[in-house]
Design a protein around this ligand. Structure first.
Ligand code: DC
Length: 207
């Protein structure tokens, strides 16, 4: 299997893109990269006092596997380093190489369909209302034992949305040719069914 095939899945935090991306990759046997982890790993280094640009330039794949990167503190740090153009530039090659690997790849993030893989064969922009996303993230954090309130999580979601969408380099937005998937009123199964149908329709024979 030597053919590449890229599925770009973008959208704001807690819209369901991580769940959908993982499940799409598993369904088709494609590789999956959660690109938010790259920014989170850089953000975590800055919390230890390391310069963001240096951390991005020195980032290794092993760092993505170390410890829990999915905390609220690291999410905010990630969103802050993601504003820096040199940080984004340092992470481009790794993401593009991943996208073109043989056998198919799913990448999820904020700028995959617009900047990293503008020629991706499938582009999906997964969204949901801020309230629905905050409630999902709140339940996730509670399950992990975090001490947070609904109001705090909603404020965090709104703050991160604003920073991710308003930055001048690679802001979060749907590519012009992306299919929009609003998961506010959909179950996971329904959202996944739509994503799988879309990929099935574009998938080349033999992959
Ligand atoms: O998807 P996530 O919540 O793990 O992402 C964490 C932060 O990283 C997010 O607030 C913005 C940034 N990010 C980005 O700027 N571009 C991406 N492709 C992925 C994430």
């Amino acid at each position: 299997m030597t053919q590449s095939f890229t599925v770009a899945i973008d959208g704001p935090a807690a819209a369901g893109k991580g769940t959908i991306s993982k499940a799409v990759a598993a369904h088709f046997g494609f590789a999956h990269l959660d690109t938010g982890l790259l920014y989170r790993a850089v953000g975590r280094r800055t919390l230890d006092g390391v310069d963001a640009i240096e951390a991005a330039q020195a980032l290794t794949a092993e760092e993505l596997e170390l410890g829990d990167l999915r905390t609220a503190e690291i999410a905010q740090a990630a969103s802050k380093v993601a504003v820096i153009p040199e940080v984004r530039a340092a992470l481009v090659d790794f993401q593009r190489a991943f996208a073109r690997r043989a056998g198919g790849a799913v990448l999820d993030g904020r700028d995959i369909g617009t900047v990293i893989c503008p020629h991706a064969e499938v582009k999906l922009f997964v969204t949901a209302s801020p309230e629905v996303r905050a409630e999902r993230r709140f339940l996730e954090l509670l399950a992990k034992g975090a001490e947070v309130t609904r109001a705090q999580v909603l404020a965090d979601v709104r703050e991160r949305d604003a920073r991710d969408a308003d930055r001048s380099t690679a802001p979060m937005k749907p590519a012009e040719d992306a299919v929009l998937l609003d998961t506010s009123d959909l179950s996971i199964e329904e959202a996944l069914g739509k994503a799988i149908a879309l990929v099935t329709a574009q998938r080349p024979t033999g992959l």
